[in-house]
Design a protein around this ligand. Structure first.
Ligand code: ARG
Length: 469
């Protein structure tokens, strides 16, 4: 392609070192779509004749068929997807193929391809996030009466509906999906085709037109127009990809936290849930084992995706304007981060399916009945406040009552009027004993975002609406 000014060929080692076709060939569809849009502009400005344009169209049809049927011969010597496709086009149609690259550079071509590709990915990931959110919300609705401890510092804090915690997870998905729906729009306005190598087009290619036609083709509902308006930024930054990977990294962090909770919940120590056969594995040595591998892998892959985001930051942070070959290193990060995120969303949907996510109500009840963690204490402090005791004083009295239980090896629910009187005769009246249930404590948070049944149910309804998008 550029051999005019060269007398030798690149070393074989250099060829293998610098090729990207082995991984960027997955952009072939977008590469052809971008080239067709560009050819249309070349036709408009009369660089191409109608006949030549028709030849290009037909050439691309043939190439599409060849790639789809696996017959296309990808060549490492041609470096990347762009040169492979262009070379084949010229081979098939001759001179018209040689005109296609007029005023265009692989620098604007690759960013355009990536934007088209990322748009489709964005749509897929957003849909998967919404689906996962709905599946989690299904479980939350079914389990509305299950009460579990909520933890701070990994110590039992206060009782909560399991649904409330599940709704927190589903809420993450709703917000992440919402963010992706914005991201999708930004991606669709990032077509720098016409920027050329970095300074724009000498032949009158209308970048705004091109950007419009590409975005309309990707999403006919799109009204907003905001084309790239600086050719140097157009080829020299990767902002859309960085934004996309940020959303992926954030989503993965959410999935990873859910995974961590489920891993803990499925231990013998917690025993809140048993994960089903579809998402667990056994051990090659210990016949009794059931390991939560799906969740562990999601947690592990989070490191990988966050790493890819960091890779993009490092790639860009000291890069002189404009395009530098370093930027070729963006692709594997982008592909893998989005592949992994999509896969994890789908696996987590399986984890939260009715068959896989099995709740051990008896075991949870046994935990609550053990009285461990003294979660009833908040009832006492609240009760005192309602009787006019300043909260700080109530906190102290309750603290002494908990200490009494600890010293006498008693659960709070076993306390008698005599015990209360021993700790604080003036404030701790026998009427308090009827207030100690955990259920009552859960129901007392009868405010927006609180744990009372009717509140959790109302928020779940809102959530379904957000998840619809
Ligand atoms: N394969 C290259 C990449 O992904 C395409 C752009 C190459 N541009 C160039 N001037 N060598 O970045």
């Amino acid at each position: 392609m550029w051999h005019g000014r060269f007398s030798g060929k690149p070393d074989k080692l250099m060829q293998e070192f610098s090729e990207s076709v082995s991984f960027d060939q997955r952009l072939w569809r977008e590469d052809i779509a971008g080239s067709l849009a560009y050819a249309k502009e070349l036709l408009r400005i009369k660089i191409l004749t109608k006949k030549e344009f028709a030849e290009i169209e037909n050439g691309f049809k043939q190439i599409t068929a060849e790639i789809e049927s696996g017959k296309f011969d990808w060549k490492v010597e041609l470096e990347d997807v762009h040169m492979n496709i262009e070379a084949r086009l010229t081979q098939i149609i001759g001179d018209a193929g040689k005109k296609l690259h007029t005023g265009r550079s692989r620098n604007d071509q690759v960013v355009t391809d990536l934007a088209l590709w990322l748009y489709k990915r964005c749509v897929e990931i957003e849909a998967a996030a919404r689906e996962l959110g709905h599946t989690i919300a299904d479980r939350a609705e079914e389990l509305i009466d299950v009460i579990i401890p909520a933890y701070t510092h990994m110590q039992r804090a206060q009782p909560v509906r399991m649904s409330h915690q599940l709704a927190a997870y589903a809420g993450w998905m709703a917000d992440d999906a919402g963010q992706l729906s914005f991201q999708r729009m930004f991606t669709l306005t990032d077509f720098p085709l016409g920027s050329g190598a970095c300074t724009g087009n000498s032949f009158g290619v209308d970048m705004g037109e091109l950007s419009d036609s590409l975005s309309q083709a990707a999403d006919p509902r799109l009204r907003q127009r905001r084309s790239v308006n600086n050719s140097m930024r157009g080829v020299g930054d990767r902002d859309t990809a960085m934004d996309m990977l940020y959303v992926c990294a954030k989503m993965m962090t959410h999935l990873s936290r859910m995974s961590e909770d489920l891993i803990l919940w499925s231990t013998a120590e917690f025993g809140f849930i048993t994960l089903g056969d579809a998402v667990t594995t056994g051990s090659s040595i210990m016949p009794q084992k059931r390991n939560p591998d799906a969740c562990e892998l999601v947690r592990g892959k989070t490191a990988r995706v966050v790493g890819h985001l960091m890779q993009l930051f490092m790639l860009l942070k000291a890069l002189p304007m404009t395009y530098n070959r370093d930027l070729q290193e963006d692709k594997e990060a982008i592909f893998d981060a989005t592949d992994q995120t999509l896969a994890c969303l789908r696996v987590m949907k399986l984890v939260f399916s009715k068959e896989s996510f099995r709740v051990n109500r008896k075991r949870i009840q046994a935990h609550l009945d053990s009285g461990a963690g003294y979660m009833e204490a908040m009832n006492v402090a609240d009760w005192l406040v309602m009787r006019g005791v300043p909260f700080r004083e109530g906190h102290d009295i309750t603290g002494r009552l908990v200490k009494y239980c600890e010293d006498h090896n008693k659960r709070m629910m076993d306390l008698t009027a005599k015990d209360l009187a021993k700790v604080d005769k003036r404030h701790l009246k026998p009427a308090l004993l009827k207030q100690l249930s955990l259920e009552a404590l859960v129901e007392r948070k009868n405010v927006h975002a609180g744990t009372a049944k009717k509140q959790v149910q109302a928020r779940l309804k809102d959530l379904r609406r957000f998840l619809q998008g």
